[in-house]
Design a protein around this ligand. Structure first.
Ligand code: ASP
Length: 411
């Protein structure tokens, strides 16, 4: 096994996880072997994700500070900022348009009735969240005491504080060169630890997928079968066609080369359903395999992990339209535009953790007068859909770093 490359080991781990998961669900939950298998998989998966989360905070902080300091030193900051934000908005907009078109085209809500889900909806208390409240809490979460942000693993707030430190380091110039050198070494040190954690990735991914597959409720999935198929199909279309095409047109990197370099991160995102937990792997992939310069990767990837979510944006817009279908409400073009905008905001505001999209989705529903309780309909299938959307979220960040590197070259 140790002779196989890590990439191959991870793919084998993923396949073994899915295979064993199917086998255990076939045996059924009452069998002792299933219970022991699930317990062991739970432990291994937990340790793997905990290790990634452990290294996440020092990594985000050091990579942003060092990235920003180097960019500013080369007077590139302005262009990199604008190109990064431009790419994030463009790719999310394309994803949302795809999501809305797919639901308009396939109408997966037809044939299902809201009454079917009445019980689930009645037992569910959704936290109301208006656009104003959402914006307020989002803004409030940007500037946080750095010690609180670091200790709570609040990625967006860490990113913001690190941006300030990076800019201040450059403004201070020579005066702070020791701090910059120290942070540079700290970044190298953390990346070394990430390399060690990755040795556990094949086993961790196997465990996470085993548990996911073995604990799925197949009956529920099939009730929502058409919706699940439309969402997965559209997310795959975005991830396998739209993003690779964009990448190829702008940078000339072929889909195959991209996939080879990116797959460790894509599989980890799929298995963990967390862009944040995957961040250490994403950074490693773009720097080591896809050759993105550390100052670009160190800036685009951590920011993208919490802000740029193509899969989530696509899902939030599509799911809102699906619920409107179910409720027998036809959303006109203006209302669909509102869904477009709120889905973009909701995905920007969602942190990169499992099922985060479900929480911010409430705002999208309310923006067009749909009941927040309808989230209950989506919860049972969320775990499965989260895997695909997180993988595409992470893919968007990686494509973004390559595109930004190309477009700002020589700036
Ligand atoms: N799990 C997703 C992520 O981490 C967010 C979401 O859509 O729930 O990127």
């Amino acid at each position: 096994m140790s002779r196989l490359s890590l990439n191959v080991q991870i793919l084998l781990g993923a396949l073994a996880g899915v295979g064993l998961g199917i086998w255990l669900s076939y045996l059924g939950p009452a069998v002792a072997l299933t219970q022991q298998g699930l317990f062991a998989a739970g432990l291994v998966g937990m340790v793997f994700v905990d290790l990634l989360k452990m290294i996440l905070v020092p990594l985000v902080f050091t990579s942003i500070v060092v990235g920003v300091a180097n960019l500013r030193a080369h007077h590139q900051m302005h262009r990199v900022w604008l190109t990064t934000l431009g790419f994030f908005i463009l790719s999310m907009a394309m994803a949302i348009v795809l999501g809305l078109s797919a639901i308009n085209l396939f109408e997966p809500g037809k044939g299902l009735h809201l009454a079917l889900f009445q019980d689930a909806m009645q037992g569910f208390q959704a936290k109301q969240m208006s656009l104003a409240e959402f914006s307020q809490s989002f803004l409030h979460g940007l500037f946080v005491n750095p010690f609180t942000a670091l200790s709570q693993g609040n990625v967006l707030a860490i990113v913001i504080f690190a941006l300030f430190v990076g800019v201040a380091l450059v403004a201070g110039g020579e005066r702070y060169r020791n701090i910059l050198a120290l942070l540079q070494e700290a970044l190298e040190l953390t990346l070394r630890i990430v390399g060690w954690v990755m040795h556990l990735a094949p086993l961790g991914i196997m465990a996470l997928l085993l548990k996911l597959v073995a604990t799925q409720d197949v009956a529920l999935l099939s009730t929502m079968g058409k919706f699940v198929a439309v969402i997965v199909g559209t997310i795959l279309l975005h991830g396998l066609m739209v993003l690779p095409l964009l990448l190829f047109l702008v940078t000339g990197v072929t889909p195959l080369r991209f996939w080879r370099g990116a797959r460790e991160a894509l599989v980890t995102a799929f298995a963990t359903s967390s862009s944040s937990a995957t961040l250490p792997v994403t950074l490693r992939c773009v720097q080591q395999h896809l050759h993105v310069k550390p100052e670009i990767a160190g800036f685009v990837i951590p920011l993208g992990a919490t802000v740029n979510m193509d899969g989530t944006a696509l899902y939030e817009a599509a799911a809102a339209l699906f619920i409107a279908n179910l409720a027998g409400i036809d959303l006109n073009l203006m209302q669909q535009m509102i869904v477009f905008l709120t889905a973009m905001l909701a995905s920007i505001g969602a942190p990169g953790i499992p099922s985060a999209g479900m929480v911010t989705m409430v705002m999208v529903l309310q923006s067009v007068g749909l009941p927040a309780e309808a989230i209950a309909i989506l919860l049972p299938v969320d775990r499965v859909l989260d895997t695909f959307r997180t993988a595409v979220n992470v893919e968007g960040d990686m494509v973004g770093s390559l595109v930004v590197q190309k477009l700002t070259r020589g700036a």
